[in-house]
Design a protein around this ligand. Sequence first.
Ligand code: SF4
Length: 428
Amino acid sequence: MKVFFKTYGCQMNVRDSEIMKGYLIEAGHEIVNTLKGADVVVMNTCAVREKSENKAYSLIGRLKKSGMKVGVTGCVAQITAKNLKKRGADFVLGPRALKSIVDAVEGKKEVDLSDSITEIDHDLLLGRNHGHHAWVNIIAGCDKFCTYCIVPYTRGREISRPMVEVIEEVKRLAESGHNQITFLGQNVDSYGKDLEGGASLAELLKSACGVEGIERFWFLTSYPSDISDELIETVAQHPKISRNFHLPPQSGSNSVLRRMNRRYSVEEYIELIKRIRSNVSDATIGGDIIVGFPGETDEDFEQTLSLVEEIRYIRLNVAPYSPRPGTVATRFYKDDISMQVKKERMAKLSKLQHGIMLELNEKLVGRDVEIMVEGRTKNECYGRTIDNRMVFFEGDVTEGEMVKVNVKRATAGPLYAELLEKVLKVVK
Ligand code: SF4
């Protein structure tokens, strides 16, 4: 059968889609890139934002009218399976039931919300989207229970993959021509705490750096209070590990953080960033902020602005709070900040962040930087620096090559540069 995937949400979902595609290709099905001509559409959904959930519902309606078979997977599937079936979904699979995709597409299974996450075959290379950059799940689920978040209820508790298994996967990815890897999890800094004998993200990265052929390692996403000194030292010592720490503060106000059940204070967060910067001199920091959490006062928001001013993020995702059914925040806190105020606060933050990013990027103008090529638009190639800045340039290069460029122009988004030389040729 010809199967089309529509993937919403975070990188975990993208990787889950890759895994399901791998199973389908292995079973003899074809993955197609457009809706036209598809027999089956799989919507891999996200329940973190209300919009993605609504998008899924409206897409089911549209597709069912055109007679297509429609399946829903991911977080929305886990929490609203009954509704989805009622609205016409042919099958519904939870985010820990990826293995059932073949049975579901072949009409042998309609609903599976069970947990077979530890049985996933991560070596199915067939479904991977990117030629040289592979995303490797190292930990599933989350134990943090932030009050606004549905993930611990949809993806379940943390389960780390054994380190030996992850390293074997890294070796096989290197053999098959990948040279850039992102270790993935809802909270990668918790990696290994549940494993017998213990393990840590730092140990995993150290060991992975010894695998020949992989030139860059990234890790995503981190929880601020779980970052260890060992991890910071490991990043400092290993030039192949990204210098970018994505550390979502979510708010700059301690009272908001407490209501969010984030397990750190603003002061501890700032102290952590100082520790990172004093050990990794070229570190950049990324973050996420929720604006308009219930009870967020003007003063709370001013504290968030001060935090952003102080930390100087290289990238910052800002989202308005939206109550998600089934979360503690929805049950106990009234969504009392109007959308108008949320929008005004978002605009203020975005303006501040725009200026900061421009200033940080302008410091690179005139300098030579190394970038890993990730693709090309019609006229230009693009890639990322090891501290996670996007760079565009003209040249005859291939995805997966490492090149040196001279930065000519900065914006608050990407940098624009001139190609100087190839540092590392592509290996496949
Ligand atoms: S750390 Fe918090 S926001 Fe992140 S996945 Fe876990 S519960 Fe959700």
